[in-house]
Design a binder for this molecule. Structure first.
Ligand SMILES: Nc1ncnc2c1ncn2[C@@H]1O[C@H](COP(=O)(O)OP(=O)(O)OP(=O)(O)O)[C@@H](O)[C@H]1O
Length: 302
């Protein structure tokens, strides 16, 4: 069992207190984080920017409990992660957090449906429920008609939408995304950001690394890291019009044919696939009960 928090953090879901991360020793020592403090409130959508080597991935690895900080305190829902045993950390990672990566990290030989089902396989969810939940997640990202395609038959934007479906199939409260639009063109970027908007409106807490200003401006708040420190922290005001944007995006999606031929050599649309896109959304979705579930990307075995 994960311990119950003993201190009050209000609606702060993630809290870094003077967190440091040091790699290496002696002359090769690198101070990747130099006393970073940060409160992320429930339902907040944050973008992290900064030059290469400034510590963005390092901070994300700490937030995702993929790495343990060398100094300071990191609390999730008020619980100091240093007090958690490895199985409890895995529980936090698996139940609370969905991860999205620049390189999609889909398993090449598996269909979109199977890729999205994977976290539920690890969670011991039964076959029928797995199938239904993954199908619903793919429907939410507008890819129900592509469920039987393998990643190579999908465009980059579609692959990232599958990865997003996989990240949210367990209904995690927190989404951590490391440059999720870094490999996408502007149209696909916009599609993916529309989905992040839906997740934000649905109450998810989102932390996203990006190098692109216009991507960062879709978040509520932009942090800038430089040389292991937060050097800027500002509100964007993007949340004020997010619900309107979500409605407009949903209307546009509903009016667009489901399967345009894939520009980068993907498969042709399956027979009879030119129906309007479904309008299922993440708004007001209720987390479903699951056992232990892994959302950490899985390497394909040889
Ligand atoms: N495992 C490691 N061992 C040693 N040094 C590391 C390790 N991981 C990161 N670093 C160093 O820590 C610093 C921060 O790296 P980090 O990957 O967090 O930067 P970043 O802002 O994500 O960069 P980029 O935008 O290029 O991905 C860099 O100087 C990097 O070389």
């Amino acid at each position: 069992m994960v311990p119950v928090a003993t201190d009050q953090t209000g609606d702060v879901v993630l809290r870094l207190e003077q967190v440091e991360q040091v790699y290496g020793t002696g002359e090769s020592v690198v101070h990747a984080l130099k006393g970073v403090s940060l409160d992320v409130h429930r339902g907040e959508y944050i973008a992290i920017m900064g030059p290469s080597g400034s510590g963005k991935s390092t901070i994300m690895n700490v937030l995702g409990c993929l790495d343990v900080a060398s100094g300071g305190v990191y609390r999730i829902d008020g619980v100091d992660v240093a007090d958690l045993a490895e199985n409890e950390l895995a529980h936090v990672r698996n139940r609370k957090i969905g991860f999205v990566f620049q390189a999609f990290n889909l398993i090449p030989k598996m269909t979109a449906q199977a890729n999205v089902e994977l976290p539920l396989v690890y969670g011991g969810v039964g076959r029928a429920e797995r199938h239904e939940r993954a199908a619903r997640a793919l429907e939410r990202v507008g890819l129900a008609q592509r469920a039987d395609h393998i990643p190579q038959q999908l465009s980059g934007g579609q692959q990232q939408r599958v990865a997003l479906a996989r990240a949210v199939v367990t209904e995690p409260a927190i989404i951590l995304a490391d440059e999720p639009t870094g490999n996408l063109d502007s149209v696909a970027t916009n599609d993916v950001l529309d989905l992040f908007d839906e997740l934000a409106v649905g109450g998810r807490t989102i932390v996203m690394i990006t190098h692109e200003d216009d991507v960062a401006e879709r978040a509520d708040r932009v942090l800038v890291l430089c040389d292991g420190r937060i050097v800027a922290d500002r509100a964007t005001g993007a949340d004020m019009h997010r619900a309107d944007r979500v409605r407009a995006a949903q209307a546009a999606r509903a009016a667009t044919p489901v399967d345009q031929p894939v520009a980068d050599g993907g498969a042709q649309p399956p027979h009879g696939a030119h129906a309007a896109r479904p309008q299922t959304t993440w708004l007001q979705t209720t987390p479903m009960p699951i056992t232990a579930v892994s959302t950490v990307p899985v390497q394909e075995t040889a």
